[in-house]
Design a protein around this ligand. Structure first.
Ligand code: 16G
Length: 222
């Protein structure tokens, strides 16, 4: 096992202990929370600079293309995120195996609108699928959603595939009528530039079953 005498959290871990899991519309059976995730070997915490050695990037590769990110690149990105103060990458660790088994990021977007308020964006949600049945998807999403509210966000949004809409709805996210479109220009698919515009009301350009993205929001003001 790799020993890490000095480890750095991306953000203050005590923030996670303040979250009131009774505030979420999600149903946990049995009841769990970030502070008590249901197994003694499970820990919900901020990303650490040492998580490069705990399979964090390998887990992300279950979500999308990660590439060959070396340790230096990882640590540079970690330092940039920490310095900005706006990145709340949160993970679930299996402490028996020293392995990251779930992750989700809250990214804070600073606004002039709403009295210089902040908006949350839920990004890069992924759970190791061998840990099914432990409510980990719910746990990690609710954790960062409550964190967004705790940090003063007036709303939180995410883009997801059609097949995940029901899951996010069960956690309080809604498709806002007339305003749930996710539009994208991709710069990573070579030339010519491909344009992908997907819409809740349009099925014409979305391709094979359920691959279009939709925007789902959690409104803390209402
Ligand atoms: C999903 C993720 C998004 C992630 C993207 C990666 C959630 C809620 N949404 O849309 O955060 O960045 O997939 O796909 O986790 P890409 O590689 O095509 O951008």
């Amino acid at each position: 096992m790799v020993q890490h005498p000095q480890e750095t959290y991306l953000y203050d871990p005590s923030l996670l202990l303040k979250l009131d899991f009774h505030r979420t519309p999600a149903t946990f059976k049995p009841f769990i929370s970030a502070a008590n995730p249901g197994e003694p070997w499970m820990k919900v915490r901020p990303l650490k600079d040492t998580d490069y050695d705990r399979g964090f990037l390998q887990l992300l590769s279950q979500l999308t293309h990660v590439g060959n990110v070396n340790r230096t690149q990882f640590l540079t990105r970690f330092s940039q995120m920490k310095a900005s103060g706006d990145y709340f990458v949160t993970v679930i660790e299996d402490t028996r195996k020293n392995e990251i088994i779930g992750a989700a990021s809250l990214v804070i977007e600073r606004k002039f609108i709403h009295n210089c308020s902040v908006r949350g964006r839920l990004e890069d949600v992924v759970v190791n699928d061998t840990y099914r049945g432990k409510q980990l998807g719910k746990l990690i999403v609710v954790t960062v959603s409550l964190l967004a509210e705790e940090l003063g966000c007036y709303k939180m949004s995410l883009d997801c595939k059609d097949k995940l809409i029901k899951f996010y709805e069960s956690l309080g996210y809604v498709l806002i009528p007339g305003n749930s479109n996710s539009m994208t220009i991709r710069y990573d698919e070579g030339t010519p530039l491909k344009r992908n515009a997907t819409s809740a009301s349009s099925s014409s350009s979305t391709g094979a079953g359920g691959d279009s993205c939709q925007t789902v929001s959690l409104d803390f003001a209402s």
